[in-house]
Design a protein around this ligand. Structure first.
Ligand code: HEC
Length: 94
């Protein structure tokens, strides 16, 4: 019985972590929705038209906010936005 409960608990923990936010989404909710929602990523006349300019926007905003993100963090956020909102894929140079 004890084992069964342990298994059940482990199973529940697995299910709830599967529904958890990605690190990029958490970073985004924490720092990026203060001024705009996600509608800026899908509007007409977007500032970012390709992966490189999207990354430049992410870098600009993390610099503006003094977040001191590493290149890896900028890449994580760029990849998340690119895939989820912009429908962009990373080309050869990134
Ligand atoms: C101080 C306010 C503010 C914060 C905080 C902010 N932004 Fe922005 N962001 C703006 C404004 C203003 C624009 C320009 C919106 C427009 O052109 O309609 C913009 C535009 C953008 C764009 C370009 C959208 C396009 O047109 O393609 C991206 C990408 C972006 N922000 C990402 C981020 C990310 C990532 C963060 C968190 C690190 C962030 N922003 C935090 C104000 C902010």
């Amino acid at each position: 019985m004890k084992n069964f409960i342990a298994l059940l608990t482990a199973g529940l923990a697995f299910v709830s972590s599967a529904g958890a936010q990605s690190p990029a989404e958490t970073m985004h909710d924490t720092y990026c929705v203060v001024c705009h929602g996600t509608e800026v990523y899908t509007k007409d006349m977007r500032l970012a038209n390709d992966y490189k300019s999207l990354r430049a926007q992410v870098d600009l905003w993390q610099t503006n906010l003094s977040l001191n993100w590493s290149n890896a963090e900028i890449d994580t956020m760029t990849a998340w936005l690119a895939q989820r909102y912009y429908g962009l894929t990373c080309s050869a140079e990134c």
